[in-house]
Write a protein that binds this ligand. Sequence first.
Ligand code: TNX
Length: 601
Amino acid sequence: MMQSDLYKKHAQIEQQNSHFKLPSLARKWGRGLMLFAIITLLLVYAQNIFAQQGNTGTKTENELPVIPQPVQATEVYNGGQVAHFLWDNKVELVFEIEGNNAVTKEDQNAMRSFIQGRLSLLRGGQWPLKVTSRKNGASTGNNQSSSKTAKILLTLEEVDGENKDHGKGTYHIEMNPGLVHISAGHPQGLFYGLNTLMQIGLDQPNNGNGYAMNIPCWNISDQPALGWRGFMLDESRHFFGKDKVKQLLDWMAFYKLNYFHWHLTDAPGWRLSIKKYPKLTLVGGRGNNTDSTAPVRFYTKEDIQEIVEYAKQRYITVVPEIDMPGHATAANRAYPEMSGGGTGKYANFTFNPAQNKTYSFLTDILKETASLFPAGIVHLGGDEVAFGSKSWNYLPEVKSLMVQNQLSDLKAVETYFLRRMTDSALKFNQKVLAWDEAATAGLPVDKTIIYWWRHDQTGQLNKALQLGYPVVFCPRIPLYFDFVQDSTDKVGRRWKGDFASLQKVFNYWPATQHEILEQYKGQILGIQANLWTETVSSVRRLDYLVFPRMAALATAGWTRPEHRNYDAFLNKLKTDLGLYKRAGINYYNPFDPALTPEPQK
Ligand code: TNX
């Protein structure tokens, strides 16, 4: 058909249609209605544009691609569109000095090198991130325009007493295309703000900007729900080494976790070098849970210092654990004269509680430990002593200790032991941490923290709270990462069939799940996940158990339950699985578990 024919055809159809002419009044009404509709649409559109000029975007924190989800966030609009900040390799970090409040050079460099390291690993490319300082009020030389010198301004604010209580992790972010302003009352908050910004950036696709991240602007107010957000690694059962520990610390920081509990001594191996007792590592460091002849593995003093410093640069406190008076087999292998024996498969499981030399030996160890770990806290274990303590019944010296000190049973001997060692730790200005068995040992309430782990014994938890102890919550279900996470998994623990799925970790909230009376809520220090490694002899299996449950753990510690949204979490997690892949981590894929089979060892 020729073009002119087409026109003709069109005209014909028009004519046909005109046979159905409306009466003239109705036609007028129709036009009026149309006009009214158009005007209404225009008004709604204009209203939207005005609303979006300021800070009132339509998206809020649920859609912010950050784990753990911040408390409050709104997307920033500019001229009816989402504003964007381009984080490219020219962006600078500017630390603002307010009054006498300044971030130390050390902290500035630590923040910079952490972000640089993460970005070049997870995004690629080089990130020079020039660092400068300036006095409050001095111009940043740049405001709304997205020029080459876009800046990330970090202000350490002076906070009053009330705000200080909100925790060191609190921060605020305001963004426009030329400037990101992060403010906080503590360097840790600035660090977390930077991490949040980086996570939003890493969520953006690489579209023609090279490695640069075109970040949608958000205004964010954030603070942690709980002060203690911990992760424990057992390196006695299997030893993973410095690089793996550093990698875990990197991801802990990425997810704003702040306590690394290091289980360094237990039955299979003693992993902490003690100068005064070299056999602890040379003899006690041999073997692991699956192979008693495996080569000696342990951390030297220098290794420990390196890890502690590495953690500090990420605002993570390292808590060492020297487990006693049970789980002492490796130490007793090195120094058999310290053994209090054991029972059945727990041979030489305990320290001897009835000889002075045991106490001076362990006091020496605590003294060296205190000098290596600057946080001033030490975990003394105190768990499962009954696995081996029946052997104490056969030691005459224990008999006389019981008579002399009026100790009625073995539990009383255990208590005696823990009190004595707590006294030693206090002499080195250490606070003492212990598993929940120690809740009834009469340790000083103001210098002891109890770790509640026996999820089937809420009575013990209540006792600890009633006695006034601050408590870290690490119940086996759902916070033991040696427990199975997927219903099809074969290796790893279950409790009466129950296990620790990603969603259960995500939903965990101590205050409501254990019916804690209002008056004790102030004693909830926080939460911790523990990775026991009896069944973990490879880093592949370690990765599988930790990722992505670590992301869910972060949510459980940071975000109040009423702000959590599992679908939003899963949505963001898709990005993070990609990041794990880039980092070479053998994660578990909750979207399609068949893609990531469970490593058997
Ligand atoms: C109990 S938790 C233990 C550990 C085991 C763990 C395995 C605790 C204080 N003691 O010695 O490794 O269960 O899940």
